[in-house]
Write a protein that binds this ligand. Structure first.
Ligand code: ACO
Ligand code: ACO
Length: 150
């Protein structure tokens, strides 16, 4: 498995990005503005993450996804650790990530990679997404915000 920056002329892996974020409008917007990285196995793109500067000295993983057939094999963890390293190399002091209150596995993964909870953006998903999101039998309405000092 190889992780590399997506080249400017390359098409972003939209199907993968939509696994992490159902809003095509938001995805297209931050992919344009952010730094996009992909994971490849035998020439096939199986993972992606997008880094977006948000505040002075702070960058955020705004999207991370692994192809369904490759999930649970450690690729997501490697992508998060790569995002932390890239952000450090770029000179950022803090890395943020946010996920839904219903994303139990993602919350586990991010904390295993060193992120700590900083706060809750109540009703974020109610305000920004038209459709109701249910995951693990839980209504996804709040965004759990996490951070890590670099
Ligand atoms: N309890 C405890 N640990 C858990 C749980 C749980 N319920 N669920 C997952 N984990 C742990 C696993 O044990 C593993 O940790 P380990 O290596 O210590 O055993 C880790 O979380 C998962 O690791 P990976 O196999 O590396 O993860 P994967 O390759 O499946 O990628 C990802 C994770 C990116 C979340 C993937 O499942 C995916 O693409 N999901 C759909 C899209 C998505 O939800 N993206 C995130 C949205 S938020 C955002 O984009 C900012
Ligand atoms: N992802 C999604 N859903 C989960 C997960 C997970 N990782 N883990 C549990 N659940 C869900 C189950 O699916 C189930 O929901 P469902 O009925 O919709 O399927 C529910 O959580 C568990 O339900 P029960 O079987 O009723 O729970 P149980 O009888 O095991 O009691 C308890 C839970 C009290 C936490 C028990 O496990 C326990 O005593 N644990 C040790 C003590 C403890 O941790 N207590 C709480 C500390 S905090 C406090 O005391 C205020």
């Amino acid at each position: 498995m190889q992780i590399r920056k997506l080249k400017n002329q390359e098409k972003p892996p939209t199907e993968l990005l939509l696994l992490a974020d159902p809003s095509l409008k938001l995805v297209n917007e931050y992919v344009q503005r952010g730094e996009n990285f992909v994971a490849e196995v035998s020439g096939e793109i199986v993972g992606v993450y997008v880094l977006l500067p948000t505040r002075p000295n702070t960058i955020e993983i705004v999207n991370i996804a692994v192809s369904e057939h490759e999930q649970g094999k450690g690729i997501g963890k490697q992508l998060i650790l790569d995002a932390i390293n890239q952000s450090k190399k770029m000179g950022y002091k803090t890395i943020d990530i946010g996920t839904g209150n219903s994303s139990v596995g993602q919350l586990a993964l991010y904390q295993k990679c060193g992120f700590r909870i900083s706060g809750i953006d109540h009703d974020f998903f109610v305000r920004h997404y038209e459709d109701t999101i249910i995951e693990n039998g839980i209504w996804c309405r709040d965004m759990i915000r996490l951070y890590q000092d670099l």
